[in-house]
Structures are given as structure tokens and as C-alpha cells.
Design a protein around this ligand. Structure first.
Ligand code: SUG
Length: 452
């Protein structure tokens, strides 16, 4: 069985990164609406995090930003004009909220880009990809077409990689990608166990009972498991608790993280309490032939509210090059004494599967509700598959330096919503993306390049 290694594909923030308050149910996005953003800092923080992970010996790649403001969407919404500047000007005047939504840098949260399952788990032996339709929030619903195009470009070999269209754009199929999908495995390189988490059953309203939308539908997980040719014995569906969604858990990765034989979760994450994780553990033992290490955080120890505020569960669980497992945490965890004390106890406890923690500052992303785990798409690959990935996107130290210099050249230091209609911002963004595709040797990828 060829050995699988989990590659991390991190989304880069785009030049129009801003705080639009676009995401209902995402408390950080709501709280920071209208604040001045720092696009350059956002992309540099993301690169620093990716560089840290690459430094651990983990295969690390980057996903180029999408084209924003999305002129194609603005045209669809009826904003016409003699040129792009006129379209922007009209949108800014008549509907600044729509212009802001069409300018969101939300694609940077790559955990929502797609669901990916590895080759040993599929009946046809291929890596499967389904771009998420992200139908719940308008600003994200425009991401799927470019995500699909990008993934095909980066994973081109059809004998190894299978690309599916995103699910139908209907709330019954609401799909937010890998943020609600966890693959557990026993370390043999053999098939894993897939955990799909949803907030809503088919036919239920988008806001089932509480205050916030339940973005992920159960049907989406069922369809993806089928598309990806997973063995039904190795698939489980768990429902989020309404209390968690109401406390701001808009994706499962805000309240649980899993990988290998570890599942770290909050007591209030799932609708049927402990029965859910217990079922996962039982199925894991059956299918992977070893016990699952469940690490539960009790509400008495850390409230849901505190977990959401610090994003403890949105950390990345990684293999430590020195042996054992490490957790890459957002800086907010260190700033909160309860969370930090808990983490220190884990590290000190020899029975706990977390051996070390490292902290990174992702403030710009965090203010929009995106922590370390949100920024990356996990793609488990064999070595042969890794070699078949488009090479320009792998993050080497030299590439990281080039990207940092690129960001400093092209990204504004600060940005406010009023500036989104500035045609110079559009030009700057296009220049940045054009240069990026040259640097990565991606050829023409964006619609503004193909039109030329
Ligand atoms: O979809 N925020 C994103 C954050 C996504 C985090 N991803 C994961 N948990 N995997 C969202 O809510 C806010 C944009 C704004 O308000 O400007 C936003 O889209």
C-alpha cells in the first residue's frame, strides 16, 4: 500500500480582503464589519503560517486568489457600463453592499473550497474532488466555478485525479466543503473512515430553529460520499447541535478537529451528545482495527462561547518531525488563560495525544472568522500523486520569499469599503494576479487574462 502524506493547500488572501460583515452566523465577521482591513498583513500572515507548516516537513502548497471584484458577477447582476471602471462606479453608487460581496476575499478559507478524498478510499483508486457550492451566503456562492477550474489545473492527470462538478445550487445540497469533513485513519495507509457533519436534514429550513443558518446539509455529505466512491461501511454522518450553531459554530471545524487516529471535539458539538463520537469510535475500531483516541473538552472546562472566541478547535493537527503530534493554534488561544491552561495540561499529560503546540498570528483572517484550519485544504496524496501536482504551487523557502516580496509590491496596507469601487484597486489586483501566474508558471488562469 503506497504511503499517503497529507499535503496542505493554503488559500492566499486577495488584494481586496476586507471586513464586509457578509457571513451571518459567523460572529467574528459580524463583529468586525466595517473595520479597516490590512490586505498586505492578511496575505503575509497566511504565508508565514504556511511557511511554518512547510518548515515541519509537511508538503505545503498555495492556492492563488480568485479575481475580485468579480466583474462577471456584477455584470450578471445588471451593472453594465462602457468599461470595467464604469461598471464598478455604478455598482459602488447603486449597491455598495453587492459590490463588497463581489469583492470578498473569502476564497482564502480553503477548507471550504472543496471536499477531497484520497485514492485508497475510492473504488476507482483515484483522488476525488468536489468544489463546494457554498450556497448559503451570496459572497461565497460565486467561488465554485473558479475553484473547480483551479483544482483541475493543479491536479491535471485524469488517471489519478477525478474532478466532480459542485452539487446543485439548492439549500438541500448546501455544501461548505472540507470544513465539515474529517478523515480518520489507522496509519497503515489503507482506507480511512469518513466523518461528514451537517447542520440540517433535507427539507428543513436554512435556519432550522435557532438564530443562525445551518450551512451544511446532510444530503451534501451523502452525495459526496457516493460521488467519491467511498465504501458505505467507512462513512458516518453526524449532526451538529443547534446550541453549537447558535453559539457561532458555522462549520464543524470551529468545534472539532480530527486526523489520523485522533478526534478532538467539544462536548456540545453534536446533536446527540456523546452518542455521535462514540459511534465514530466504534466504527473506527471495526474498520481501522485499532482504538480511536477521543479527546473531549467539557463545557465546564471551556464554554462553547469561549471555544468560538479563541478558535481552539480550528487548530491544525500535524505530525511533529520530532515524533508525536502537534497542534498549530491561533494566537487568541494563548491570550485566553482558560484555553492556554487547558492546552498546557494536554502537552504535559503523557496520555494525551497532543505532544506540542505552536502558535501563529492570523489576526486579519481571524477577524473574519478564519483560523489556521480554515485557511488550508488537506489533500492526502501518495508520492506519485504528489509528483503529478502542478509544480509551481509548492511552497519552498525561495518561493515564500518571492511571494512575500510580491505581496509587499502589490497589496495595499489598508483598505476600507469605500475604496472597493476604485478602478485603481481593480487594476492593482489584476496586476498582482497576472504577476503571480507568471511567477508560478500557471499560464493564463483568470478571465481578465483570457480576454486579452
Ligand atoms: O464563510 N468568513 C468565512 C469564514 C470561513 C471560515 N472557514 C472555516 N471555518 N472553515 C465564512 O463565514 C466573512 C467575510 C466578511 O464578512 O467580510 C467570511 O466569509
Amino acid at each position: 500500500m503506497p504511503e499517503l502524506q497529507e499535503a496542505q493547500f493554503d488559500g492566499l488572501a486577495g488584494p481586496t480582503h476586507h471586513y464586509g460583515g457578509h457571513a451571518a452566523g459567523n460572529l467574528a465577521s459580524q463583529r468586525h464589519r466595517g473595520l479597516v482591513s490590512r490586505p498586505r498583513q492578511a496575505v503575509l500572515e497566511g504565508l508565514a503560517k504556511a511557511g511554518l507548516v512547510a518548515g515541519l516537513g509537511v508538503p505545503q502548497a498555495i492556492l492563488p486568489p480568485h479575481e475580485r471584484p468579480c466583474l462577471a458577477t456584477l455584470r450578471k447582476l445588471g451593472f453594465t457600463g462602457r468599461d470595467d471602471a464604469a461598471i464598478l462606479e455604478r455598482a459602488a453608487r447603486e449597491a455598495p453592499g453587492l459590490l463588497a460581496a463581489c469583492s470578498s476575499s473569502s476564497f482564502m478559507w480553503a477548507a471550504n473550497a472543496a471536499t477531497v478524498t484520497p485514492s485508497p478510499d475510492a473504488a476507482d483508486g483515484r483522488v476525488h474532488f468536489t468544489p463546494a457550492n457554498l450556497v448559503t451566503a451570496f459572497h461565497r456562492s460565486i467561488e465554485a466555478p473558479f475553484t473547480g477550474r483551479l483544482l483541475r489545473r493543479l491536479f491535471p492527470d485524469e488517471r489519478r485525479f477525478r474532478h466532480h462538478p459542485s452539487l446543485p445550487a439548492h439549500p438541500d445540497f448546501g455544501d461548505e466543503g472540507a470544513a465539515n469533513h474529517t478523515r480518520l485513519e489507522g496509519g497503515s495507509g489503507g482506507p480511512g473512515l469518513h466523518l461528514f457533519v451537517h447542520g440540517r436534514a433535507p427539507g428543513e429550513p436554512l435556519v432550522p430553529a435557532g438564530r443562525h443558518p445551518a450551512r451544511q446539509s446532510r444530503l451534501a455529505g451523502e452525495c459526496i460520499a457516493r460521488q467519491h466512491q467511498l465504501d458505505p461501511a467507512r462513512v458516518l454522518h453526524l449532526r451538529q447541535s443547534a446550541a453549537a450553531i447558535d453559539a457561532g459554530v458555522f462549520h464543524n471545524d470551529v468545534i472539532a478537529v480530527g486526523g489520523g487516529d485522533i478526534l478532538l471535539y467539544h462536548e456540545d458539538a453534536y446533536a446527540d451528545g456523546e452518542a455521535g463520537p462514540a459511534a465514530v469510535a466504534a466504527r473506527f475500531a471495526e474498520t481501522c482495527g485499532q482504538p480511536l483516541r477521543l479527546l473531549r473538552v467539557d463545557r465546564g472546562r471551556l464554554s462553547l462561547e469561549r471555544a468560538v472566541a479563541t478558535y481552539l478547535f480550528n487548530s491544525q493537527l500535524l505530525a511533529d518531525p520530532g515524533g508525536g503530534r502537534l497542534l498549530l493554534l491561533p494566537a487568541e488561544c494563548r491570550e485566553n488563560p482558560d484555553t492556554w491552561e487547558l492546552v498546557q495540561e494536554w502537552v504535559a499529560d503523557p496520555a494525551c495525544p497532543i505532544d506540542r503546540v505552536i502558535v501563529c498570528d492570523l489576526r486579519q483572517s481571524m477577524w473574519n472568522g478564519g483560523g489556521p484550519a480554515c485557511l488550508r485544504l488537506r489533500v492526502p496524496l501518495t508520492e506519485a500523486e504528489r509528483r503529478a501536482v502542478f509544480p509551481g504551487v509548492w511552497l519552498t523557502p525561495a518561493r515564500q520569499r518571492e511571494l512575500e516580496a510580491w505581496a509587499r509590491r502589490h497589496y495595499r496596507e489598508t483598505l476600507t469599503a469605500d475604496e472597493l469601487g476604485d478602478p485603481r484597486l481593480l487594476e492593482e489586483s489584476r496586476r498582482a494576479l497576472d504577476e503571480l501566474t507568471q511567477m508560478l508558471r500557471l499560464g493564463s488562469l483568470y478571465s481578465f487574462q483570457r480576454a486579452c
